[in-house]
Design a protein around this ligand. Sequence first.
Ligand code: ZN
Length: 188
Amino acid sequence: MLHFDVMDGEFVPNFGISPPFIAAVRQITQVSFDVHIMVTHPLRYINALVAAGANLITFHIESADAPDEVISAIKAQGVKPGLALSPKTPISAVIPYLSDVDLILRMSVEPGFGGQAFQPNTLEKIAELRQIIQKLDLRLDISVDGGVTTEIAPLAIDQGATILVAGTAIFGSQQPETVIQQLRTGTT
Ligand code: ZN
């Protein structure tokens, strides 16, 4: 999947990728687009992101719009909804919505900037989330986003992560294809 970080300069103190950029990339690939929106009002952007080619839209539980309304708006467009949590947000915040989404994205750095170090206590949080999902007998992806390296990958996979988001690890490498393979298999 291609993961896009959309930022509004309000929810996070930075600007990120906009729908026209995503639409431009859609012209050259059919790969699945995992669009992570770090915005205060996710409802405003759903239509534009779907039109741009999003297959999955992940919004933050800390955003200002009602989560059930955002989830409904995403599903109404035939796109999969995901819910993201910033590092300080407890898992209990997303439990009411677990049966309505396809993915939980656990941020392992503060949202807004690339290149930050992975917060080690994220591993326990992934394990806790996996236990809750198993107890509820749900099929949900657990995505980990922020500071994921080839060293972190096997640890995160062991705890139950099923999707690893990597930017710096891949784009900062001389051998990006090798890094992707290592992340995929949890080897270094
Ligand atoms: Zn992201």
